[in-house]
Design a protein around this ligand. Structure first.
Ligand code: NCD
Length: 311
């Protein structure tokens, strides 16, 4: 996987065949999960620690479920951000976890690069569950799986990522993954929320939803991440919704069967209209959650095979 074969730290640097084979494996876990069966022998006797320094519902729960369905002993550690004393505490935590002989360490942290730092200090396989504004690799993998299952391919699809791209690790991982797989990615949002690096990454930039969504196969809305804002980047929620909130009028500029996605948690009436989010035909938001468990099982499976000594 990216950076080394031992960890999953980022999508950037992953090669298309690696991504495809992970998605293929995840596909088999979708079928296993739907059949109600488990495969508890795969990670039997192994320990997975969920180390979350930031809030999470979907990601933490799905890693827990994924680990349990493969037979691992799963421990959830929720650490409030206020107790984190920058690098030193993180490294102390790493030393503690190492002493406990943890095999798989799933880390979410508000600082970009924290999982990479941990990966250098622990024997466990480290999985980045979202670090600051950097990356959220398993989210991009589950998004790709959702799209691929619905459209049969990723190549050549026109995909709009809308809203707060600046603060979004989901957007960054998706841009790397979808571009690598041959999708045509564009970002749409106010100039204050579109990072300069977008053009360097080869994505088209739009500031108008009607233009940005034109003929798109997939429209992905992002949460307005106020907790990462330093102020002044967005007007009121009402005004934001008027220009960038995904409602049926704006969606009408995309292809008639365009998929609607959102990584969650959603701010209804801010970046997405409830009627669009809950539309049973267009919205695949619940399917994204289902794919999240399958993708995480595939990642744990691959890392288990790659980390023979530890896992
Ligand atoms: C995302 C995250 O934490 O980066 N959520 C998630 O994992 N599903 C997106 C967000 O917080 O807006």
């Amino acid at each position: 996987m990216a950076v080394s074969n031992r960890h999953l730290l980022q999508i950037e640097g992953m090669h298309p065949p690696q991504i495809s084979s992970l998605l293929d494996l995840a596909e088999s876990y979708v079928l296993l999960n739907r059949s109600g069966k488990t495969q508890r022998d795969l990670l039997r006797g192994r320990t997975l620690i969920n180390l979350f320094f930031e809030d999470s519902t979907r990601t933490r729960t799905s890693f827990e479920l994924a680990g349990k369905r493969l037979g691992a002993d799963v421990i959830n550690m929720s650490v409030s951000t206020s107790s984190v004393n920058k690098g030193e505490t993180l490294l102390d935590t790493a030393a503690t976890l190492n002493a406990m002989m943890c095999d798989l360490l799933v880390v979410r942290h508000s600082q970009s690069g924290a999982p990479n730092l941990l990966a250098q200090k622990v024997d466990a396989a480290v999985i980045n569950a979202g670090d600051g504004t950097h990356e959220h690799p398993t989210q991009a993998l589950l998004d790709a799986l959702t799209i691929r299952r619905r459209r049969g391919r990723l190549e050549g699809l026109k995909i709009a990522i809308c809203g707060d791209v600046l603060h979004s690790r989901v957007a960054r991982s998706n841009i790397h993954l979808l571009s690598a797989m041959g999708s045509r990615v564009r970002v749409v949002g106010p100039p204050t929320l579109i990072p300069a690096e977008c053009e360097r990454l080869g994505v088209e930039v739009f500031h108008d939803m009607a233009q940005g969504l034109r003929d798109c196969d997939v429209v992905m809305a992002l949460r307005l991440q106020r907790e990462r804002m330093t102020g002044g980047q967005v007007p009121s929620a009402r005004e934001y919704f008027r220009f960038y909130g995904l409602d049926f009028e704006k969606l009408s500029h995309a292809k008639p069967d365009a998929l609607v996605m959102h990584p969650g948690p959603m701010n209804r009436g801010v970046e997405i209209d409830s009627a669009v989010a809950d539309d049973p035909v267009r919205s695949v938001i619940k399917e994204q959650v289902e794919m999240g468990v399958a993708v995480r099982m595939a990642v744990l499976d691959v890392l288990a095979r790659a980390n023979r000594r530890n896992v």
